[in-house]
Structure formats: C-alpha cells, structure tokens
Design a protein around this ligand. Sequence first.
Ligand SMILES: [Fe+2]
Length: 284
Amino acid sequence: MRRCAPPRETVQGDAVSRLMPLSPATLRALPETRALIDSPGWSGLLNYAASTRAGPVLFIQTIHSHATAGEDDPQTELHSDTFYPSMKAWLYLHDVPVEDGPFVYVPGSHRATPRRLWWERASSLSWREGNGHHRRGSLRISGEMLRRLGYGPPVTYAVPANTLVVADTYGFHARGPSSRPSTRVALWAQQRRNPFLPWTGLSPTSLPAVRDRQVVAFWGLADRLARLGLGKQTWHDTGAVSPMDPPGGGGGGGPPPRPPRPPRGGGRRRAPPPPPPPRPVNPG
Ligand SMILES: [Fe+2]
C-alpha cells in the first residue's frame, strides 16, 4: 500500500472525521472491498437511492466523537444535505450501539411534499437565521418544525457490525449524539450529481477508473486553490495512519491537537431558530 493516498482529517465541533480514499492503489490491496464496490447489487442499490448512475466517492470513514475541545458536533443536528436526492451509505465494520452515536433518520422525509417544498422556500428566504451549514444549503430543522411538516419522530439505527445503511440524505438525518467518546469506522460512499441534468447516466464517474481517482484529484485541486488564496482546504493530510488510530494523525500537517473533553451527557444542542411556520398550501 506504498502509493495509497494518505487519509485526511477535519474537525467539526468536538468531532474529528477521517477519510481514507479508496484509490486504485488502496483497492489493489483490498480485493474483497473492490469486489463489493464493483458488484451490481452494491451499485444498483446506491444508484437507486441517489437517483443517478454517477459513481460514488468511496472512503474508509472514521468518526471520533468527543475527541477534541469544541462545541457540539454540528452533524448531530437534524438536517437535510441537499434540496434534491443524494445518497450516503455506511457499511459498518463493527457494532454501533446507541451510546456511540448511530445514524438517525426521519422515515419518509425524503419525499418532497407540498409542505416540505413550502418550508424549503421559506428557509431559502430566511437563510441568514441559521448557522453556517444552514446558510450553505444543508438545512437544519427543529423537532417542532418536523411535526408541523407532518413527519414522524426520528428513528435511531443502532446496528451490528457488517450492516449496510443506505440513505437518501435529502431526508432529514443526523449523527446520533454519543454519550461517551467513541470511534465509528465504516466503508462510506457518497453520491450526488447536478440535479438539473435531465438524465441519470452518461457520467464519467460511473467508470471505476474515474470513480476511484476523483477524490484525490479533487483534494489536489483544492490544495492548489488554497495555496493561491482562492479557497480553503479543511481536510488536512494525516500522514500514515490506520482507520482505528486516534485523531491527530502522523504529523502530516493536520489540525493542531486539542485536549478532549468529557461528553456533555449526550444532550443535543438546540437547532437554530426555525423559519416562519409554513402556511400549508394545498395540504391535501
Ligand atoms: Fe448530512
């Protein structure tokens, strides 16, 4: 695995996320993983949830919860990633009990109902009221607003090892709050595409040779733009670390280590103020 792309880390709140790209060199060392991601059953399921046959970006993902000083992990707030169907999948490599912050999803919230569309428009008009994620289009939602939109309560998916979870992340979802410091490792896929293309195929990333190189190419471009002062690179090279290693990396230029702090009892931070309540338009 000498030519494997090194993992990168980023910090969000008190959580450290690490991504190890499944590049061609990495996949040569992981033949079983390559057989899985090239199988029709895997790609068919992911394509269906993503509403596109564009190839996913693929990683070994590590989430260290309560790993640094900082605010609560912003990904523990219920939110939608996009305003159109998009997909994330996790094949968990170990058990994820409820104490370790399993995936949370609001069933049925991937459907664009009239109330949902009204809320999205209202949110777009009041975008300044939310946090940075909300302002960039990953809309946060409160429990009260979920009820007003007609959705049921979130479901927590505490799962055993070797479980595959596939979600349309247009639906409302979150990382569950961890009640203790934890590390979650999964084979992770993300798939989304320009929603204004009126076809589902004809994407170069559907070819494995392109699919497996797109992340490293994108990170390299982001690095160059950051050096030119034209952008910001938030994913830092960790050097040679394994998915289960503690955060901080191998000294490859990652974020400075910060002391961990005890969990705050698993409590979830309040969502930002919701936009004005939607007046149901054709609620039936
Ligand atoms: Fe998300």
